[in-house]
Write a protein of this length. Structure first.
Length: 432
C-alpha cells in the first residue's frame, strides 16, 4: 500500500507538539487521519512506547484545543508492515472554529488544511466560520478575544448588589456552556473593542471643538463616562416661579439617560464604527449604527413597540436596573419634553439611528436675539464693564447662551473684550 500526504492525510515519525495544529486543521476543514510512526515519504517506521505516545496525544488534544474536540477524534493503535502505528482519525467538528487554547481565536491559533499542510487562517475566514456555526446574531457568537477581564463590570454589579461570577457568566449568556466567552461577554469586558466617540462643539455646528474624547473599555464603564461628559456640558438656567427659584437643565437628564441607553442597547455591534455623541449649544445628538430591527416600523417604535437587537445585553441592563422595561425609552424621551416649544427629533435609516435633543433653554430667532443683545447694551450704559457671569445672572441665561451673545456683540464691533479666560470683561467699544 502506497501512502501519500494530502488534504486529509498527514504523517509524523513520532509524537511532536505540532500535531495539535494538524488536529485543529482537520476539525476545521474536512476531517482527516494523522499517522504517528510514518515518515513524510510514506515509509513506515513504527513507534516505540506506543501506549505512552497515544496517551500523550490524547491528553494534548483534550487540554490544548478549544472548543472540546475529543468527541470528533478517535485515537487507536494499528499495525502496518508488522510495526505499531498510532492512528488519529479526526472528523470535521460542529463547533468551528477550533483553536489552540494558548493562542486564542486568532489566525495564529486557528488552522485549516491547504493541500498537505496545516496553515493559519485569516480573520475573515474565522468570522465566517463563527457565523456558520453560531448564526448571524452578534451577541451570542464566540468572541475572537478569549483573554477577557471584568474589573469594571464587577464594580457595577457589586454596586447594585447583583451576583457576578462564572455561574452568572453562563446564565447571562456572556459565556457558553463549555466555557467560551461570547461577544456579549466581550462587550462587558475591559477589552471591549467598541467605542463611543464624544465631542462638544462651540456654537451650533462642527466648526470649532471645545472638547473631544473616545471612550473605551467595558460598555458599563463607557455608559457612566458618557453620561458624565454630557452632564459636564449640560448647562442650567435659573427661573423664578412665584416665590421659588427653579433650575432647568438644557437637556432633561431623564431624556439624556434614555437616549444614551438606547444608543448602546440597540446599536448593531456587527459594525466596527463607534457610537457618536455630539453636544452643540442648541442641541445634543446621539447617532448609533444599525437602523430599526427588521419587522419594526418607525411608527411602531414611536408607539413604544420594541424588538431588541441585543436581547441578552438588554436583559443585563434590566437586571442592573438601568432600564425598566423594553420599549419605554422613546416615550420617556418625549415625555421629558412635554409642553416644550421644541420637541426631540428621531430619525432612522437602513443603517443608522439618530436622536436629537433640543436645548430647552435656547432662545431662537433673530428677533429674540436682538432683544437679548439690546438688554446687554442697556446694562453697559449703566456700568462701564460687565462679565459673562453678570449677564447670566441678570438676564437669566445659560452660560453658553450668555457667552454666545457676548461673542456676537464683539464680532459685530459693539463690544470689546478685556482680559482672558474667567477674568474676561466686556465694555462698549468706543467709536474710532
Amino acid at each position: 500500500m502506497v501512502l501519500i500526504e494530502n488534504e486529509t492525510t498527514e504523517f509524523k515519525q513520532s509524537y511532536v507538539d505540532e500535531i495539535k495544529k494538524t488536529i485543529v486543521a482537520f476539525a476545521n476543514t474536512n476531517g482527516g487521519i494523522l499517522y504517528l510512526g510514518i515518515n513524510d515519504d510514506g515509509s513506515i517506521t513504527g513507534v516505540t512506547e506506543a501506549d505512552e505516545i497515544m496517551l500523550k496525544a490524547s491528553n494534548a488534544i483534550r487540554d490544548a484545543i478549544k472548543p472540546d474536540v475529543t468527541i470528533f477524534v478517535k485515537t487507536e493503535l494499528v499495525v502496518m508492515e508488522d510495526k505499531t502505528i498510532v492512528k488519529i482519525t479526526v472528523q470535521k467538528g460542529t463547533a468551528c472554529p477550533y483553536y489552540l487554547s494558548g493562542k486564542g481565536i486568532r489566525p495564529e491559533g486557528v488552522f485549516v488544511r491547504h493541500g498537505a499542510s496545516s496553515v493559519p487562517t485569516t480573520e475573515t475566514a474565522i468570522i465566517k466560520m463563527i457565523k456558520e456555526t453560531d448564526g448571524e446574531r452578534f451577541e451570542t457568537a464566540r468572541s475572537l478575544n478569549q483573554d477577557l477581564t471584568f474589573k469594571e463590570a464587577a464594580k457595577e454589579f457589586e454596586k447594585r448588589s447583583v451576583p457576578f461570577g462564572e455561574n452568572q457568566f453562563k446564565s447571562l449568556k456572556m459565556m457558553s456552556a463549555n466555557g467560551i466567552f461570547t461577544n456579549l461577554g466581550m462587550l462587558l469586558s475591559d477589552q471591549c473593542n467598541h467605542t463611543i466617540k464624544m465631542a462638544a462643539f462651540q456654537g451650533n455646528d462642527k466648526s470649532v471643538f471645545r472638547d473631544r474624547r473616545e471612550l473605551t473599555g467595558s460598555l458599563l464603564k463607557q455608559l457612566n463616562e458618557a453620561y458624565d461628559f454630557i452632564d459636564l456640558y449640560n448647562g442650567t438656567r435659573a427661573e423664578i416661579v412665584g416665590l421659588y427659584r427653579s433650575d432647568k437643565r438644557n437637556f432633561p437628564p431623564e431624556a439624556v439617560r434614555e437616549a444614551l441607553l438606547n444608543a448602546l442597547v440597540h446599536r448593531d455591534y456587527g459594525y466596527s464604527a463607534g457610537t457618536l455623541i455630539s453636544i452643540f449649544d442648541d442641541h445634543l445628538e446621539f447617532v448609533s449604527v444599525g437602523g430599526l430591527v427588521r419587522g419594526i416600523t418607525f411608527e411602531d417604535m414611536m408607539l413604544g413597540i420594541s424588538m431588541t437587537r441585543n436581547e441578552n445585553l438588554a436583559s443585563i441592563f434590566y437586571r442592573l436596573a438601568l432600564i425598566e422595561a423594553y420599549g419605554t425609552g422613546v416615550p420617556k424621551i418625549l415625555k421629558a419634553y412635554q409642553g416644550e416649544r421644541i420637541q426631540p427629533k428621531i430619525e432612522a435609516t437602513e443603517n443608522a439611528f439618530k436622536i436629537t435633543l433640543p436645548n430647552r433653554n435656547e432662545m431662537p430667532g433673530n428677533e429674540t436675539m436682538m432683544g437679548i443683545e439690546a438688554e446687554i447694551l442697556t446694562l453697559l450704559k449703566k456700568q462701564p464693564e460687565i462679565t459673562r457671569r453678570e449677564v447670566e445672572t441678570t438676564l437669566e441665561l445659560s452660560q453658553t447662551a450668555a457667552g454666545r451673545y457676548l461673542k456676537k456683540l464683539v464680532t459685530n464691533g459693539l463690544l470689546e473684550a478685556v482680559g482672558k479666560g474667567k477674568n474676561t470683561r466686556y465694555r462698549l467699544r468706543k467709536p474710532s
